[in-house]
Design a protein. Structure first.
Ligand code: PRT
Ligand code: ZN
Length: 286
């Protein structure tokens, strides 16, 4: 039997839906019922393991899984063997220190002698060491934000996304100690066959992500503007130019990055482009 790459993803929670979506966009076909632990992939040499996110780093270290999708915060906190292969761009958040709204806070030194409640003792300790702060870490596994209110700690360190949880609990964010997003992690010692399958998967993820950040652009332009428009549109190579039936006019096809998209459109219009169409790209093979 040929080798299968064992891919661990979160069984349920914030990472689950987008992890599944990304693998499916990469063409992997598998069943994803919430009650299952494992699913075979029909059309790619892989199987999916559905696990608690906190357990994934250990499973990767123990070779139960070869790769996994988890929050960078969890990967750093668990201090397990493994290599970050890719940042995946979803589940973005930050790990921050927060204190009661009324508390005075100047800098990290303010935390000296204080008690900090968190589910991330390793990351918080690193932060304290870097800042030469001596504080007591109180590890709790959930509802960290209520700790100051019930007298358990003077500060907390927790994941923040919109900030509304802190706000409703009368807390203010005073330090961001790490930024996080979903990452693809792999065991450091994959054999050659598994590594080759991983490379195929990474190639597909990159193609899917490149497609998401680029748009296919079609426009009409007078022939005397083609030169100037080509300067604005680098495209994957150079734009495709085809003549229109109307004398002196051409159609140009190109790819533009979403980051500078509106800026490009303004420039193109100013150069005489008309009938501009913007079309999503499904996959972009780099
Ligand atoms: O059951 P399992 O152990 O698998 O899941 P879990 O409950 O441990 O994790 P889950 O699903 O809540 O989060 C998984 C990962 O998503 C985290 O490790 C982060 O990398 C990432 N992530 C992104 C977040 C958030 N955004 C987030 N907002 N994880 C948690 N939160 C929580 C946070 O703990 C706080 O309670 O949301 C609240 C803050 O949100 P705002 O929007 O009010 O600031
Ligand atoms: Zn968890």
């Amino acid at each position: 039997m040929s080798k299968k790459l064992k891919i661990a993803i979160q069984k349920s929670g914030r990472l689950q839906e987008q992890s599944i979506k990304m693998l499916k966009e990469c063409g992997l076909s598998f069943a994803n019922g919430s009650s299952r632990l494992k699913a075979e992939v029909d059309n790619f040499p892989a199987e999916i393991l559905f696990l608690r996110d906190d357990d994934i780093p250990q499973y990767i270290e123990d070779n139960v899984a070869d790769i996994g999708i988890i929050g960078e915060n969890v990967f750093i906190e668990k201090e397990k063997q493994g290599e970050i292969i890719l940042k995946l761009g979803f589940a973005k958040c930050r790990l921050s220190i927060a204190v009661p709204k009324s508390a005075e806070y100047k800098d990290a030194g303010t935390l000296n002698g204080k008690k900090i409640a968190t589910s991330y003792p390793v990351i918080v300790q690193q932060f304290l060491n870097e800042n030469n702060v001596n504080a007591e870490i109180h590890e709790i596994s959930g509802s960290v934000e209520i700790a100051p209110g019930i007298g358990l700690a003077e500060a907390i360190c927790d994941i923040v996304s919109t900030g509304s949880t802190l706000l409703t609990n009368g807390l203010k964010e005073v330090e961001t100690i790490m930024k996080s997003e979903a990452i693809l992690v792999a065991n450091n010692n994959l054999d050659a066959e598994s590594k080759a399958i991983l490379d195929r998967l990474v190639f597909r993820i990159n193609s899917v992500n490149a497609a998401k950040s680029n748009k296919y652009l079609v426009l009409n332009a007078p022939n005397n503007a083609i030169e100037a428009i080509t300067e604005v549109l680098p495209g994957m190579k150079s734009p495709t130019v085809t003549p229109l039936k109307e004398e002196g006019w051409s159609s140009l096809h190109s790819v533009v990055n979403e980051n500078d998209f509106w800026g490009k459109i303004d420039e193109l219009k100013a150069l005489g482009a008309q009938g501009i169409l913007v079309i999503p790209i499904e996959k972009m093979i780099l």
